[in-house]
Design a protein around this ligand. Structure first.
Ligand code: KQY
Length: 373
């Protein structure tokens, strides 16, 4: 069912990720011009992520027809595997943003179907044909019989975070990039976010993570809410690392702003790993066919522990093989989320080789809220 008007006008809001979910959606990686060695390593890690999440909430993994049997064979049976066409498997960005309302006169859960241009269009984006990705959100909503709000704004889910209490966090580097919505001003984009996410205030960081070039600096690699009034920020103590300047800049902006409720933010630093770089062997495993952005040896990987997923009672966090900062991330996240079990996914390097991480490959479906009395 297609909804008329905007979600906020019907009382919908995007809940925070820590609010209850009815399930999590993921895609299944396969394209050999993004995932090395025909995606065999990535598939193994996607299966680990799905399995970890499935301990906390139901998971549905969608796979192209030719991959359905392979996906089914690699995933435990408590995970639903369904056939769905896609160009790649970044469901944070191609899936719907699901919103909820307690307003009993409309369905309590609905989905926003954003426009998508492969993170920047034919010249700047990650691959040249995204026609199947454009249908992913609509298909998920149809499977769940959820009403759909179509949106012409080009926006990926990884470019926004909300606290569920009226604040949205994003980056200028991505949302104001001329390769997304060049005809819209900052104020017009804010108005769209308010009307669709049900938020009152947009907090803009100037830039995302250093070298997060595939996404033009998505917020979900740089900073996220841990609870209302508290954010986790990608950080480095190394002043010679170009990431330092970005983290200091973001810290300053966050320190000098208040959220929608007028709170000053508590900022918790989450040190980045590495720096990590794509090896010759890793790059050689990717078919460079001109259809997708080349994966070049020596490229600095956009690796960040902020790119975790909050499940019902679980934090599913990437690990990169950098023992010091891997352990530190688990320690910080365990303190920040004392009521969640932190689950570390060791092989997350394989996901970052493709350009994102655990948050980027997952999409929560919020639980149905109770109706207002
Ligand atoms: O990080 C993401 N949200 C998506 C990254 C896409 C990379 C495509 N190569």
């Amino acid at each position: 069912m297609e909804m008329k008007g905007t979600p906020a006008a019907h009382g919908y809001r995007m809940p925070a990720e820590w609010e209850p979910h009815s399930q999590c959606w993921m895609g299944w990686p396969e394209r050999p011009d993004n995932w090395r060695n025909n995606a065999v390593h990535a598939q193994k890690v996607f299966a680990e992520v799905a399995t970890a999440i499935s301990k906390f909430e139901p998971v549905t993994v969608c796979a192209n027809a030719a991959q359905w049997e392979n996906a089914r064979s690699q995933l435990p049976h408590n995970i639903r595997v369904t056939e769905m066409s896609m160009n790649d498997s970044w469901f944070r960005d191609t899936g719907p943003t699901i919103v909820v309302t307690s307003n009993a006169t409309v369905p309590r859960v609905a989905g926003i179907d954003w426009n998508f241009n492969s993170w920047g269009g034919v010249d700047d984006g990650c691959y040249k044909d995204w026609s199947l990705d454009l249908l992913v959100a609509q298909k998920i909503l149809a499977i769940e019989r959820l009403p759909r709000f179509p949106q012409s704004l080009i926006l990926e889910g990884g470019s926004i975070h909300v606290d569920g209490e009226g604040t949205c966090l994003t980056t200028e580097e991505c949302l104001l990039n001329k390769n997304r919505n060049p005809h819209l001003s900052k104020v017009q984009i804010e108005d769209e976010l308010k009307a669709y996410l049900g938020v009152k205030k947009i907090m803009w960081l100037p830039r995302g993570l250093y070298c997060d070039d595939d996404t033009n600096g998505h917020i979900d690699n740089m900073c996220c809410f841990a609870k209302p009034g508290v954010v986790l920020l990608s950080w480095t103590d190394d002043e010679t690392d170009p990431q330092y300047e970005r983290s200091v800049e973001a810290f300053s902006v966050l320190s000098n702003t208040t959220d929608a409720k007028g709170r000053k933010l508590e900022i918790i630093k989450l040190h980045v790993p590495g720096p990590l770089y794509m090896t010759d062997e890793e790059a050689a495993g990717v078919i460079q066919d001109g259809e997708a952005k080349p994966r070049l040896p020596g490229t600095r990987l956009a690796a960040s522990y902020v790119n975790f997923y909050i499940a019902n009672g679980g934090i599913i966090t990437p690990q990169f093989g950098d023992k010091k900062w891997d352990d530190e991330a688990v320690c910080v996240l365990s303190q920040v989320f004392p009521n969640h079990e932190v689950v570390a996914v060791e092989g997350a390097r394989e996901i970052v080789l493709g350009g994102g991480n655990i948050h980027c490959i997952t999409q929560q479906q919020p639980a149905i809220p109770s109706a207002a009395p």
